[in-house]
Design a protein around this ligand. Sequence first.
Ligand SMILES: [Cu+2]
Length: 234
Amino acid sequence: MHIRYITLPVAAAAGALALTVAPASAHVTVTPSTTAAGSYAVLTFSAGHGCEGSPTTSIAIKMPEEVYAVTPTRNPFWTIEKVMADLDEPITDAHGNEITERVDQVVYTADQPLPDGERDTFELSLQLPDAEGETLAFPVVQTCEQGENPWTETVADGEDPESLEYPAPLVTITAAEGDGHGGAEPAAVATDDAGGTGDSDESGDGNGLALAGLGTGILGILLGGLALARSRKA
Ligand SMILES: [Cu+2]
């Protein structure tokens, strides 16, 4: 009988918890497998409802500029497309391959619309940038049979994230694990082709990108020197 005295407060507490948790879990959110700088992570995006009752027909996830390559996990209910964007300047990855474009968006189009009231998840494998302390936004546009939800809002400094109606999913990068450049294993995973999309989205590891960046820096210094020499002559 006295079990009632126990269950009542527990139920009340659970109810309170559900109330505070519900709004966030109902949005489009992201759960990273790791947040360590430079590590290979699987980001699981989840959509918990449609657009005011209307079934979801597409989910478009925009990558932060620091992300070059993405490998989506195969998803039986959705057709997956990578939308590429040209890089301002080509970079060279760890294998010496020149990279001229990056994945700008991953777009999921429903083979059968996702009913409101059911959830689905979308997994992306990618290398997190070497940017400890930085918060990356992954804006998502959820399109429904009727209407859309633009999960694209981010807060300005000092603003309360809870005040946003359509917050963009965020990942905050934490300190690197080990030397931050991992072993050969994750690199092998990242260079796997995602499955016949034919994209040249070779990923580099942090080292290659950093070296390429250094190369650009040196080039910049050389060009700067050249410009200086020229202006002196003139
Ligand atoms: Cu919601």
